[in-house]
Design a protein around this ligand. Sequence first.
Ligand code: ADP
Length: 267
Amino acid sequence: VLVVKCGGADGIRADAVCADVAGLVSAGTPVVLVHGGSAAVDRLAGRLGVPARRLVSPSGVTTRHTDAAALEVLTLALLGAVRPALLTELGRLGVAAVGLSGADAGLLRAERKKATRARVDGRTVVVRDDHSGRIVEVRAGLLRALLAEGYTPVVSPPGVATDDGGLVNVNADRVASAVAVALGARALVLLTAAPGVLADPADERSVLAEHRVAGSDPPAHVRGGMAVKLIAAAEALAGGIGEVVVADGRVDRPVSAALAGGGTRVS
Ligand code: ADP
């Protein structure tokens, strides 16, 4: 099994990702596609007039501040727009794709973050209305059953909270990593709007062939979403995934290119 995560930024070529997945599936490689959708969530939030707020952790990692309204928008955007676009594209290509959120048969169970520390205007404050969580369990039986029958699962956040069963935002990279570990996947491919991990985030030609995970803090050249991606990559490696690649989702055949040595191998 191959787990592919398709980033949510503008520029990611969902059509190329789907075509590549279709090729792999028809050649006999089962694939689970996990998606995010940050740009689509922000666009819908803008149209609905719901502010898209961000939290910056004390160590500098930025995440979405998912209050109740933001959670509703996120769910609408991911399950109502991003997912059906992927399912219809895969369907056109002859793939029997099935969309699952974290709430389907409790697929993605997450520990709700009770209170999150965040930096606001240089001060550390405690945020209590953030409906987000950390994946603690993937109920992979449903995925295995679908894969065994020749279906291609398309997995979307949100997850469900272990405390009250409510929806919670979960990071899609970490979902992909947890799904890969739960399935014992051969490889995890994280496709994003960058050629891989860059030595200099401002220089697209500075892509590193390899990134070695060391310690819990990201290196100075890694910021923003890429820092979270490398945490997800480290979790996959710790969970026994042999090949973890961060690669460009803006190119033709992005999955095949990543597996053929493109992008950045995380080790
Ligand atoms: P996605 O939506 O694909 O999950 P994110 O936007 O969350 O991706 O994270 C990827 C982004 O991280 C890149 O598009 C880039 O803007 C940013 N980034 C920060 N530092 C780096 C780096 N060293 N190498 C590559 N990208 C980086």
